[in-house]
Write a protein that binds this ligand. Sequence first.
Ligand SMILES: [Zn+2]
Length: 460
Amino acid sequence: MADFIIANGYVVTMDPRRQIYADGAVAVEGRNIVAVGRTKDVLARHRAALVIDASGKLVLPGLVDGHNHAFQYLSKGIGDDVDIMTWLYKRVYPYETHVNAEEAYIGALGNYVQMIKSGTTCFNEPGGYHTDSLAQAAADVGIRGILNRSTRDIADQGAPLPEKLFENLETNLRQGEAAVAKWNNAAEGRLRCWFGLRYVFNVSDELCKAIKALADRYKVGIHAHAAAVEGENEAIQERFGKRSLERFHDLGLFGPNLYLVHMGYPNEREIGWLREHDVKVAHCPSASMHGAYGVVGNRMMKRMIELGMTISLGTDSATAGRFLDMVRVMYLAACAHRDQFADATIMGAYKALEMATIDGARACLWDDAIGSLEAGKRADIVVVGMDELRWHPNLDPVRSLVYAADGDDVETVIIDGRIVMRDRVILTVDEERLKRDVIRAGKAWIERAGMRLEMPWPVR
Ligand SMILES: [Zn+2]
């Protein structure tokens, strides 16, 4: 007997054959999907006390946000319309220095609720501080995700890191290992914890090698920002004598558990190494466009996608890309590269949906359990309403989703077999109270930091 059945929906399975059931159903028992198929076939074999009618609705695997700094949530709005060094040193690093454990918890909870409301069921957090707060918030709201603790043991050239964010090699390793020991496979297996190398600039050779050994020992991934912005390769070359990816490659970091983010600036030789070692990549087009990283414009991301590398999509953060809606990110992934190449036949909606689901799951080393709707996989399912005017006439629901809809069309979200949002009501936390907490905590840290933002126009 199933616990519930979602019936009569347009079910996009993302299974290996990419089967779609125009009148489909998904049966869930405990944490798992037990059947997917045509509604009449599923209902003939399975019964459940609860049948969720998905007539006129799209049923998808939960979306995977492959790169999201939940830790940055309360800093949203402080990094708009500034260059990357101002963004980091005058805005985000002061935030990371001032926010406390309670505020990190509130911010993370806000981050996850906002994600769930647009259909994200799994995230990969690339490393903040207060890992316990970020993990506890994820456990409490019921989302699936991967955490990392930040590591930084050397300063940027000519721009010293705030002292509070700088830790020596031993502290980085001890804290990172403690986070993995505590949170990997926690919350009934919904949480995982990896090792992080925050940014290729800020990590010593010794730290890189030690993190690789630890990640292999614990059988987890390594999440790192690399080849991210223009001028990075040249600056790394000057400091370490090698380009960013060449350095990571030569340090022995390359392998199937290496997960590199942004990646606008690999060359052909480096792409060869990435493919040879099955290195995974995260693409964050909204952050690149908001922060002018040049990832879309540099043409290599499209090349890696066409070569069949495993590439996820990510929002980056509420401060970097500014929205956490993976439906909007899919639109950018589907369309931005077309404009760049003046070719409307590349990428497209179906590829973008693959990247936001099954490819994202594989990039996060979790495709054995999530990323598609198949019997035996964990029940991470999203039900999307298709009755707003923007959907009609709805000739192709997948294309309508990516090109015409947004995350607000998501109605019901199931994570690990649990209904976390029903008809847009979050069931695990009090959203109104959370909103008040976010406003209070957001004001508190900015006052402590003494940060003032100038408005471009006079506000009377
Ligand atoms: Zn990032």
